[in-house]
Every structure is written in structure tokens, then in C-alpha cells.
Write a protein that binds this ligand. Sequence first.
Ligand code: PEP
Ligand code: MN
Length: 338
Amino acid sequence: MVIVMQKNAEEAKVEHVVAELSRRGFDVHRSTGADQTVLGVVGDVTTLDPREFELLDGVQEVVRISEPYKLSSRTFRPQNTIVNVNGCSIGGKDVIVMAGPCTIENESQLFETARAVARAGAKVLRGGAYKPRTSPYAFQGMGIEGLKLLRAAGKEFGLATVSEVMEISQIEPMLEYVDILQIGARNMQNFNLLAAVGQVRKPVLLKRGMSATIQEWLLASEYIMAGGNRDVILCERGIRTFETSTRNTLDISAIPVIHKLSHLPIIADPSHASGRRDKVMPLARASVAAGADGLLIEVHNDPDKALCDGPQSLYPDQFVELMDELRIIVPAVRRTLP
Ligand code: PEP
Ligand code: MN
């Protein structure tokens, strides 16, 4: 962190800032120019709130030069984290596609969808059993019975499983049915839940909150990693902007930005980002071209009858088409589609 003093700030004001920093255990490197002093702060500044110093007399600006997150930053770990799930490597050369319905509805719906996505090349089966629905009157998910179906369908078609966990008490019972625990956008800053999944040894798919900055998102991942769980996969699922043509706005730039700031894998969810199936394929193509380590796609065997998110769910034959397109795009960006 660097503190820039105002031009011609009195010596007493500079000394007061230096004393305050020393009192908190920081080393201060002072650089005095013709009319301006700059203070370099050395030590663990992650817990320092820059505003406390901005308010001190004579201070012009406080600039953070190191990230407030540590375990998730590329400075801390330069090489990519590769998350291994059921023989798939997420964050390596492979682009991993996760697909399935928004919510698990019944056995035939899930098995038909699972069969279709497995045949087309998906490696992970998605399906919500606990659903964070905006309306309390909407279908809330099948709970543990749904998770049993998810595991059975995954076994039958050779797919790993991912499903959303909404609260701490659900973690333990979910462990035997899911290979990846998903934290939804609405829970990205549920810090108790983040800390609790940090205690388990199972990969976590951390969705970006719909109004979260990249820094807040990486700090959320830090909560999980601080508990000792280093297998975090980030998922860009669109953020709220002023634009209303799509359900959310897919922040494609987040993909290269995350790759630069963090060693964690990042996948994209064009289904929740766009909210419409006619936009899912172009956004999926763009995400992979921008460097996404995988995709999360909603597919339903009969989207017109889906209990949740039907309009953004691909028909099985559209998913086949998307996978065919990925077979061209993925090698073009020097990746592989397993
Ligand atoms: C989902 O994946 O089903 C979901 C609810 O996503 P999000 O948390 O991104 O809205
Ligand atoms: Mn959904």
C-alpha cells in the first residue's frame, strides 16, 4: 500500500501518519520529493482499510498495490490450480462441459436428459435439488430424493455430479451424492456457508454474485480456501447491469481478468447469463474463445414443460450442435475437449 501525501503537507502531518502506521506494526519507507511525500507501507496490509488513512489530515490518496485476497491470488500461487473430479481435470488443458436441467423433477426427466448430455460429450451432470427461487410459491426442488436420482443418473451414464447447497445443514447429507458442491449467485456472500464448505474436502463451484465485483468474488473464494479447501472453481454467470434485453449481462472480460489475478479455474454459465436459449450458444462459444476452463449449460429433455428455467434450457439436439461447434473452437484456442 502506498500513501500519497498532499503537496506541501506539513512535516507534523506526515509524521502523524508514519506514527500511526508504526503503531500498527508496519514498516514505512518514506520518499520525499521536491514538494510531495509518498509513504510505502510494508507488512500484511490485507486487513488495513485504506479509508482510515484517507481520512487522516494531509493525506491525498491511498493506493493498494497488493491484492486483499491471498490464497486465491496468482501472486501467491503462480501455477494454475487443477481441480480433479472423477477423472476430469478442471483448469488444465481440457475444457469441461457440465450440463443438465435447472432442477431435478423426476426420474425420467433426469435420466433422459443425462443420457443425451453424456452422449453429446458432457462430463458433469448438473441438477438442482435445493432451489433458490425468487418466489416462495415456485417449485423449491426435490431435496435429498432428487440428489439420489442425480447420483444414480451420473453412475448410469459415467458423469460426475454438481448440485447447489443452500445452507450449512445440507452439506453433510449432500456429500455422498455430489462430486462438486455449488454455491449459487445469491449465496456468494453467505460467509458462514462459504466457511462451512471450506471445511469439507470436496470441490466447490462458486458462482459470481449478480452484483459482485471480481474482488468481492475472489474474497468469497478466499473464505473457502482459508478453511483448507483449495479446490474452488469460479463460475461467471452474468451480472446485473442497466441492460434489459438479457436476464443478466455475461461479463466475458471476467474470464481473462480472473486468469490474470487468480490461479483458480473459471467456467462460464451462459444459460443464467442470457436467460434465453437462443443466446446460449453464441455466449458459450465466446466464453470458450475467451479462455473459459469449462461451461455450465442448462439442458432439458422437454424444456417447454420444465418446472424451472425452461426458456433458457437447450433442447437436447441444440446441445449436440453446441458440442459440435466446441469441437472446432476448443482446438483453435489450443485446448482439448475430452
Ligand atoms: C443454478 O445454477 O441453477 C442457479 C440457480 O444459478 P445462479 O445461482 O447463478 O442463479
Ligand atoms: Mn436455473
